[in-house]
Ligand binder design. Structure first.
Ligand SMILES: Nc1nc2c(ncn2[C@@H]2O[C@H](COP(=O)(O)OP(=O)(O)O)[C@@H](O)[C@H]2O)c(=O)[nH]1
Ligand SMILES: [Mg+2]
Length: 372
């Protein structure tokens, strides 16, 4: 691009001149006010004028610009295509002809759907076999009755969900642990709302006092619900806070996120929880890969994990990994969270929801009362 200066009486005059001389391509780069002699017959009369610097694109510039655009587009297209290829290769692994043998057409269809959603083939086969009975006429395994009901029955036998049966009994304290950012604090807020609604006297304690804003995030919600809220900075504090909340039926404890790779911080949390009689729930985000979930379960295994919470169900199209993990570990699942809205976006874990993850066409896994 080359630049040129033009002098004009006004901006409008300058733009007109610009168009006349250079067409539509020139651009105004800068302007400044100057004093200049305007008429030669009045040599001492100076007037205010505008000096405008314009940029005139050269043919070469234009060519380069077009070339760059094309390159950019090609690169984007290449990235898209390699993702598509990888996606196809991975879904090639989802071919179910090898595990669909002996199943009726509709059972096979559900099997494919499960596998497509990320359920491991052998787990999908096992769940389906138990949802089916041998149909003499077909000579194949087929659903005993209604597909959804049959599936729920089988899921009930293979996966433990305690959303509806949750009874804290003599366990007064529930602690949420898990990696950073999975949604522990948000889930504590949602759970405290649900338990309060079911008539429990709830209290909330947070151990996450050093991250900026972490305390306020929870405190503001808890105070709206008029629930007692305490911050514990030491293990002694925690014991004291639990004591002070002695009149509560249920105390929910929020912890700071810990990377499962940070042994030091994990052990620090262990010291906090060592002498506390509590149900410890590991929160995992549904959008983590299954490998990472198992890794987290291993590393957080230094705690006696009582159950699991799966968050961010709305952020995955492949909820099968959640089913695999629950199936393999046999840990009871307390709840699923389905969005950022507090307190609505949560579902206490039940078999109807789990069946929906497999059967429903779209990925609207939101709770019935969800607003977002
Ligand atoms: N999409 C989605 N976002 C969530 C969900 N639960 C929490 N979040 C968001 O995840 C982020 C981290 O949540 P937070 O509760 O602070 O996580 P923590 O570090 O484990 O306490 C926030 O932006 C939340 O709004 C969920 O179920 N779905
Ligand atoms: Mg938090």
């Amino acid at each position: 691009m080359r630049t040129e200066k033009i002098i004009a009486g006004s901006l409008q005059e300058a733009v007109e001149e610009l168009k006349k001389t250079y067409g539509d391509n020139a651009v105004v780069l800068s302007s400044r006010i100057i004093r200049k002699q305007r008429w030669s017959f009045l040599p001492f009369f100076k007037t205010t004028m505008l000096e405008i610097t314009v940029g005139i694109p050269e043919e070469e510039d234009f060519k380069k610009e077009v070339e760059n655009r094309v390159k950019e587009f090609e690169r984007a297209e290449m990235v898209r295509r390699s993702a598509e290829e990888a996606f196809k290769t991975l879904s090639g692994d989802q071919d179910t002809s090898d595990v669909g043998e002996g199943l009726s057409l509709r059972a096979r269809r559900v099997l494919s759907r499960m596998v497509y959603r990320g359920v491991r083939k052998e787990i999908a086969r096992k769940i389906l076999e138990e949802a089916c009975g041998y149909d003499i006429e077909l000579g194949m395994l087929d659903f005993k009755d209604d597909i959804r009901e049959a599936l729920k029955d089988s899921l009930r036998r293979n996966i433990v969900l305690e959303g509806n049966s949750f009874q804290n009994g003599d366990l007064k304290v529930i602690v949420l642990i898990g990696p950073t950012g999975v949604g522990k604090t948000t889930t504590i807020a949602k759970l405290s709302y649900i338990f309060k609604k079911t008539g429990k006297r709830v209290g909330v304690i947070t151990l996450d006092s050093y991250r900026v804003g972490a305390v306020e995030q929870l405190r503001s919600f808890v105070s709206v619900m008029e629930l007692p809220f305490k911050i514990a900075e030491t293990p002694k504090d925690l014991m004291k806070s639990v004591d002070e909340l002695g009149d509560r039926d249920l105390i929910l404890v929020d912890t700071a996120g810990r990377s499962q790779h940070d042994r030091f911080r994990l052990n620090e949390l262990k010291v906090f929880l060592e002498n506390l009689k509590a149900g410890i729930y590991l929160t995992l985000s549904a959008n983590l890969s299954e490998m990472v979930m198992y890794e987290a379960i291993m590393q957080f295994g230094i705690f006696p994990i009582r159950g699991l919470i799966f968050s961010k169900m709305d952020e995955t199209s492949y909820p099968g990994s959640v089913i695999n993990v629950a199936y393999r570990t046999k840990l009871p699942v307390l709840c699923f969270t389905t969005g950022q809205t507090v307190p609505d976006d949560i579902v206490m874990a039940d078999y109807d929801y789990l069946a929906s993850l497999i059967l429903e066409e779209d990925h609207e896994f939101r709770s019935a009362g969800g607003t977002s």
